[in-house]
Design a protein around this ligand. Structure first.
Ligand code: FAD
Length: 317
């Protein structure tokens, strides 16, 4: 079932969450046990992130370094199919431009269509870790909007090869990312919103936001979107802060601002357990307010850990 249909049919705020594929070499059991721990909250959909390749350097004979390209967390398509079929939950694979040619994207979309996945979150993707700036593949997409348009074409039965006849039209419901505190490369919020609006005009049907720790950032963002004529559902993404280190790491990686009240509470916490408790209580407060304001779904960034999300969901739903 489409995410938009879940939202349209819901009488109250839904529960959904995001999972990371396991590191290469690990089995899928941890994914299953995370899903099982969160089943009691009746998740409407589960997102699965996509992780592009990274460069690693290994020392070889003579002290030389060999550069190798590895993907540390493969398995997005397989995990989506496994969860969908084992638990009958709709899954949303993240599909990215980075590292993909248009042909590879087309083949991945065919796989997803064949395994019964009909929701996507379409993204540009992060730059390669060691490269700082995003570089598109020579025959790939530079922006999420270009990838979105490839999916839209396939939904109309138009594949890359114009000679294909009697093609199967896919039927993907397409989501895109939104940034309550602005995408880090955007010169300003107005410009970021103009591009977001273009994605919506081209066919995006829902938005999932970057994490935020200050609900006002989300409410301002929704208001600004509505003023621009963006009327599709905007699903807030939230995450409990888990360690003191994250006070610095999350702003660095996700370009989010930490409210001073939260910073002070974490600084005053005596032990790692106390910090975790502060993070959970803060997230419960956020989630309760968001739910009271009627958001479409509370979407949790689990980072592979079910327990904090379960505690928050228990307090809120
Ligand atoms: P785009 O929409 O392409 O925007 C990128 C920047 O360019 C923005 O500043 C925008 O304002 C601007 N822009 C957009 N279109 C154009 C255009 N046509 N011309 C000029 N400028 C333009 N990354 C992963 O690698 N894997 C994941 O699984 C993943 N999951 C995510 C889930 C969520 C909910 C979110 C919010 C982010 C996720 N990311 C993931 C991170 C995301 O890939 C990065 O934030 C990336 O830098 C931008 O992606 P985007 O889809 O917003 O890009």
């Amino acid at each position: 079932m489409k995410i938009t249909q879940h939202i349209a049919e819901a009488k109250d705020t839904l529960f959904s969450f995001e999972l990371l594929p396991p590191l290469k070499g690990e089995n899928i059991q941890r994914i299953h046990s995370t899903v099982e721990k969160l089943m009691e909250f009746n998740p409407s959909f589960v997102d699965v992130t996509y992780h592009r390749e990274e460069y690693v350097y290994r020392e070889v004979d003579g002290g030389l370094l060999e550069k190798r390209t590895v993907r540390k967390r493969p398995g997005t398509v397989g995990i989506c199919a496994a969860i969908h079929h084992k638990y009958d939950i709709d899954t949303v694979p993240h599909i990215i431009c980075g590292g993909f040619s248009k042909e590879e994207t087309e083949n991945a979309l065919i796989d997803l269509d064949f395994v019964g996945v009909d929701n996507l979150l379409v993204l540009r993707g992060d730059p390669i870790r060691s490269e700082g700036r995003f570089k598109a593949e020579a025959d790939g997409h530079a922006y999420a909007i270009d990838l979105l348009n490839q999916v839209i074409s396939m939904n109309r039965g138009q594949y890359l090869d114009p000679d294909l006849r009697n093609t199967n039209s896919t039927d993907f419901c397409i989501g895109v990312a939104g940034y309550p505190e602005k995408h880090f490369e955007a010169p300003n919020m107005a410009s970021d919103l103009r591009w977001l609006k273009r994605k919506v005009e081209d066919g995006a049907e829902y938005i999932i936001t970057q994490m935020f720790f200050d609900n006002d950032a989300y409410f301002r963002f929704v208001e600004a979107c509505r003023e621009q004529g963006i009327t599709i559902p905007i699903i807030p993404g939230i995450k409990p802060l888990a360690t003191r280190n994250q006070l610095n790491v999350l702003p660095q990686n996700f370009y989010v601002n930490m409210p001073d009240e939260l910073v002070r509470m974490v600084e005053d916490a005596k032990t790692p357990d106390d910090v975790r408790e502060v993070g959970i209580e803060w997230c419960i407060k956020q989630a309760k307010e968001l739910k009271a304001r009627g958001v479409p779904s509370l979407h949790f960034y689990t980072m592979g850990r079910a327990e904090p999300t379960a505690r928050i969901a228990r307090a809120v739903f």
